[in-house]
Design a protein around this ligand. Sequence first.
Ligand SMILES: [Fe+2]
Length: 305
Amino acid sequence: MPQFLRLLSPERGCGAVGQSPGLPPPRPRIGNGGNRGRGRGGRRGRSHGGGYVLGARLGTRVQPDGPSSSAAGILRAQRAAITMLCRAACSSSRNLVPALGVLGSRQKHTLPDLPYDYGALEPHINAQIMQLHHSKHHAAYVNNLNVVEEKYQEALKKGDVTAQVALQPALKFNGGGHINHSIFWTNLSPNGGGEPKGELLEAIKRDFGSFEKFKEKLTAVSVGVQGSGWGWLGFNKEQGRLQIAACSNQDPLQGTTGLVPLLGIDVWEHAYYLQYKNVRPDYLKAIWNVINWENVTERYAACKK
Ligand SMILES: [Fe+2]
């Protein structure tokens, strides 16, 4: 059963009345109610509004034998009706959210388009690398992230904390892979290279001494990543300054260090091996020719607001 139907299922509701939008409000049926519309099992089978259920319950409790007992019965019926209406309201407000499709549906992540052609960064990064990197590697992170999130949602729904904990490494890896590559593509441009201008350049000079020193440091940190990972220029919001960092695997910069990512350099072999083989420093030397400083500057301006 789809989740939103399960959430709408009477067994889950508070009081399980399941009042549907648009149906007339429940009307107490005093006397002669019998069991009409009650459904089997008391709490089950009450998906057609609260009126019959309410009437059936009141009907079984109130038997108007005479005027006084009838008046007392009416009072009891009114109290019971208020209780049931409160339950109905509680149930309706709970069910309203999935009925509107907020909790019952989830947006799937999708592979973002590159803002340029696969061959646009040549000769610095060739088309074959870009095509595989984007359409295979990044796509795999996106697909796996969607699968993991689906399982995580199931675990949350069941209250299975063990399963939630077991899924966290996969969430970090694939979620990080999606976040990192989405930033990386925009950090590159066929019209890139050179130096940043304005406020960003001033901040680089302030925090690293000069643009050349910054470039040397980020190159050294990126080349020095052991195994697979990323070199980053990030912004430390607490200290109000730029920082260089290295992350392993697909660890997302902000999620693991708190730094806001401005410029990421992917140093996984899939980012350069087909063109530069095992010589990572040559790839680092080349990538500075396609850095999109406009994008980095926009990110810097945005995180300072
Ligand atoms: Fe990558």
